[in-house]
Design a protein around this ligand. Structure first.
Ligand code: BG6
Length: 484
């Protein structure tokens, strides 16, 4: 059985940069899958606006290639593909020129939801916003979608917000953090607030610490030009990891709605203590024996950009005081593994004698791969010979547990684009949230720049620099293993 989806109203979606990499890998395949799932209205229109010399037919071929390459689990046959392609159009547009905008406007229908996806670099956001307003392409109900990176520090994020807000209201601006579109990330809220079991234990009294890991096995090959100016802190921590931290640490919102959830996340960011240099480790992968290094991949032999960061973070509020959150992310690590592990305290007193090493329960929320939840519990080792204890996982993989209720787990972009059309901002970052995140991150990056210290080397396909292990060891804790 295919999961039931709620159809959305018909829409005109304009994708600026519609022939770019994101459109090819994510946006077009995502929209196609939604159409196959019966969620996209038959008369919805998708218009790519770009500088290339394509026409409608050329763009449809581009989309067909994108689908062939990136949709392996299609629920559609050839007639479905044809139906999707028929909804596509192409408009040649140089955003700095005035010509072209009127023609694009002519493509838009009155009385339907119009959304404008800025799938271009942030330096173009302001110009597109201005032109959209100047040429009257938008109404109060139009939405714009912008991608990360949203600025590279607080000042640039404030400037970007101001540019967009000159032309649009906050309720029209959808800032994407694709981690919020991941099924398991939303499940984190379902688990916390849909069960009475966890919430009473979800605090410093019962939780020893929390580990958030986003490990990738790929390097930065091919993305050096972007990544060198960014690094793991800007590329991953300021957005994806902080969002995971917020959803784990926030207070229960009064309802599942855009402002109630985002208000609570903002409170967490504002409660983060500044991170001292002692509590942050940055690394760069350094290969030998034919293994490539970050420096080869980045194209800059002198680069001091970090491809790995680990941090110990304190959330200074009543719920979490004394319970650290350890965050780590890196490229070219042993495996691709993203998870949130909530490590509970040991039982206060052991009634069992012997050598059993008492260890608390751990709730692991696996984002990828193998999305699901595991609860580590202690049980008796089977058989006679005394009371020996052991630990076992209570394991739940969503794909297995939900069986034929899910044909596949949708990609984050599928969900997020449909939320834009629906007008639901819950899974998008609000302007003040992004600025507050930079407020916290900026001093850490400034500290690195001032000190001029190189990131610590780590082995490709390892677990990161030794010092990142020490970050926990010195607190008497240890990271969970990154599995290959
Ligand atoms: C992107 C980063 O936002 O997220 C990439 O720019 C990173 O560097 C990617 O590889 C990871 O996303 P996912 O969904 O593959 O975990």
């Amino acid at each position: 059985m295919v999961a039931q989806t709620i159809p959305v109203k018909t829409f005109d979606l304009v994708i600026f940069g519609g022939t770019g990499d994101l459109a090819r890998r994510k946006i077009l395949p995502g929209l196609f899958r939604r159409m196959c799932a019966g969620q996209m209205p038959a008369d919805a229109r998708i218009i790519a606006a770009a500088r290339s010399d394509l026409d409608d037919a050329g763009f449809r071929q581009f989309a067909r290639d994108a689908i062939t390459e990136h949709v392996k689990d299609s629920q559609c046959d050839e007639s479905g593909i044809e139906r999707f392609l028929a909804s596509l159009a192409f408009e040649h547009l140089d955003i700095f020129e005035d010509s072209g905008w009127k023609k694009l406007k002519g493509r838009l229908r009155e009385g339907v939801v119009s959304a404008f996806y800025f799938s271009v670099g942030p330096s173009l956001f302001g110009e597109i916003a201005r032109k959209l307003t100047k040429f009257g392409l938008t109404t109060d109900d139009s939405r714009i979608v912008v991608e990360k990176p949203f600025g590279r520090d607080k000042a640039s994020a404030v400037a970007l917000n101001a540019e967009l807000k000159n032309c649009f209201d906050e309720h029209q601006i959808y800032r994407i953090d694709h981690y919020l579109g991941k099924e398991t990330v939303q499940n984190l809220m379902a688990i916390r607030f849909g069960n009475a079991l966890f919430e009473p234990l979800w605090n410093a009294q019962h939780v020893d610490h929390v580990q958030i890991t986003v490990a990738e096995s790929i390097g930065v090959d091919g993305r050096g030009a972007y990544y060198n100016k960014s690094g793991a802190m800007r590329d991953m921590v300021q957005n994806h990891l902080m969002q995971l931290l917020c959803l784990t640490a926030m207070e229960p919102p009064s309802k599942y709605g855009a402002d109630s959830v985002r208000d609570e996340k903002l409170k967490v960011i504002k409660a983060l203590e500044p991170v001292s240099t002692l509590n942050v480790v940055r690394g760069q992968y350094l290969g030998d024996d034919g293994e490539a290094s970050y420096l080869d991949h980045s194209g800059d032999p002198q680069s001091r950009t970090e491809s790995f960061v680990a941090l110990k973070v304190n959330v200074a509020n009543w719920r979490w005081a004394g319970t650290p959150f350890y965050l780590r992310t890196g490229k070219r690590l042993r495996g691709r593994m993203s998870e949130i592990a909530v490590v509970f305290k040991d039982p206060p007193h052991s009634i069992f004698e012997g050598e059993f090493d008492r260890r608390g329960n751990v709730l692991v929320i696996r984002l990828q791969p193998d999305e699901g939840i595991t609860l580590r519990v202690t049980i008796k080792e089977p058989g006679p010979g005394g009371m020996r204890l052991t630990e076992v996982p209570l394991d739940m993989t969503f794909a297995e547990a939900l069986g034929d209720k899910i044909a596949y787990l949708p990609d984050a972009y599928e969900r997020l684009i449909m939320d834009v059309i629906r007008g639901d901002q819950t899974l998008f970052m609000r302007g003040d949230e992004v600025e507050a995140a930079w407020d916290w991150v900026d001093p850490i990056i400034a500290g690195w720049t001032e000190s001029g210290v190189r990131p610590l080397p780590y082995d490709p396909l390892g677990s990161g620099p030794e010092d990142s292990l020490m970050l926990l060891h010195r607190d008497g804790r240890r990271w969970r293993e990154i599995k290959p």
